[in-house]
Design a protein around this ligand. Structure first.
Ligand code: ATP
Ligand code: MG
Length: 360
């Protein structure tokens, strides 16, 4: 082994032991080091693969790598750290033929707390960061996602031939700025109420999930109707959800309902990824959801202030505009995307895996 190779080996050994600041395990254990190699100018390049494109403050990893190399291999030059990302996922939709790495439900106890807004923002933020994203509006009674993303049309039906010669019918999702979107809103007259019994709802949702040509996705975000457990139960029976994001406003009445919703997800064995406090500000107060999350031992995914621009962009069908550089809501919304993605990665990669306790 040349001295060059020996140095690279030594550098790799020392950076493998660095703890990832978000998930808390070593970069080596998490398989996050793609390569350590010499460049033509004699510099060392360390290629790190993040588990999500919305990994927060990745500079902490480059700083830790440079520091560890300076300390343990003082003869080696300071390394260049380059990042890429490959979303990790449980591929849990595989049993019903989906190629979706992570299915994430967005729910709440109370209605009107901003679930659809947060679901649309999660999809837009993850998309803006480069992930392959789908969004399914499972609120069959009040589908609002198509309006928020200014998407309309009728999903085209296509016939596909399987390898064993069978013909299956698939629906093409509507493209909403690169997000694959499916909603009951595309099938019903916007002014007509949908009156359905539980089994029909179950069937419609199953079809939406299974018969849509989602293709390969990193994240499929599902906007749930408020309250009831039947839709969540349907979903959890069909696929292994990566987890549920609970949206809540800071005031007491909303928190009580959120606690019930969390209990319901836990009963149907859907992991709760964490709680988002939406509409923080003078009207509803601040910090209630964070405190409740802490009490329940759940991650807090961040707060989104009550801001006229969020309501206005939603009404205009321009939710993606909230992610423009100068938008005041952007850092909050991006923070929610980051924390959600990190919790998904953590659930997947964390060891030892804690057994889920039954909520009595
Ligand atoms: N942080 C915020 N600041 C200002 N307005 C907001 C905020 N979040 C949501 N809104 C607005 O509040 C209203 C309700 O939001 P949204 O439709 O997302 O709630 P929901 O929980 O999905 O409601 P439903 O229970 O009816 O499905 C919308 O007009 C939306 O634009
Ligand atoms: Mg809604």
């Amino acid at each position: 082994m040349s001295s060059d190779e020996a140095t690279l080996k030594q550098v790799e050994e020392c950076i493998r032991r660095i703890r990832d600041p978000e998930i808390g395990r070593s970069l080596g254990d998490l398989n996050m080091i793609r390569s350590v190699r010499s460049q033509t100018d004699g510099q060392i390049e360390v290629a790190v693969e993040l588990p999500t494109p919305v990994y927060p403050n990745r500079e902490r990893i480059s700083a830790a790598i440079r520091e560890a190399v300076a300390e343990s291999c003082p003869e080696a030059p300071a390394p260049d750290v380059v990042f890429s990302s490959t979303v990790r996922g449980s591929e849990s939709g595989g049993t019903i033929g989906l190629q979706i790495k992570n299915v994430v439900a967005v729910g709440s106890g109370k209605g009107g707390v901003g679930k659809s807004t947060i679901a649309a923002c999660l999809a837009c933020g993850l998309k803006a960061a480069g992930a392959r994203v789908g969004l399914m509006d499972a609120d069959v009674y009040g589908p609002s996602i198509p309006h928020m993303l200014n998407a309309s049309g009728h999903p085209a039906a296509t016939e596909l031939k399987t390898t064993d010669g069978q013909t299956i019918n698939r629906m093409q999702p509507i493209d909403a700025g690169g997000i694959k979107l499916m909603s009951m809103g595309f099938f019903v007259d916007p002014d007509r109420a949908v009156v359905w019994r539980g089994p029909m709802l179950h069937k419609a949702l199953t079809q939406f999930l299974k018969d849509t040509e989602w293709g390969e996705l990193d994240y499929l975000i599902i906007d749930l109707p408020p309250g009831t457990g039947d839709v969540s139960l349907t979903l959890s029976q069909l696929i292994g959800l990566a987890g549920a994001v609970i949206v809540c406003t800071p005031q007491q009445v909303a928190l009580l309902d959120a606690v019930k919703a969390i209990d319901m997800y836990q009963q149907v064995k859907v992991p709760v990824l964490g709680v988002v406090e939406n509409m923080t500000g003078e009207v509803f107060g601040r910090g209630g959801a964070k405190k409740k999350a802490e009490e329940l031992g759940l991650p807090f995914l961040g707060e989104v202030p009550i801001e006229a621009c969020i309501r206005i962009r939603g009404d205009e069908g321009r939710i993606p505009a909230l992610f423009e550089e100068d938008n005041p809501a952007r850092p909050h919304l991006m923070g929610i995307c980051e924390q959600t993605a990190i919790q998904i990665a953590r659930q997947l990669l964390e060891t030892p895996k804690m057994p889920q306790l039954e909520v009595l």
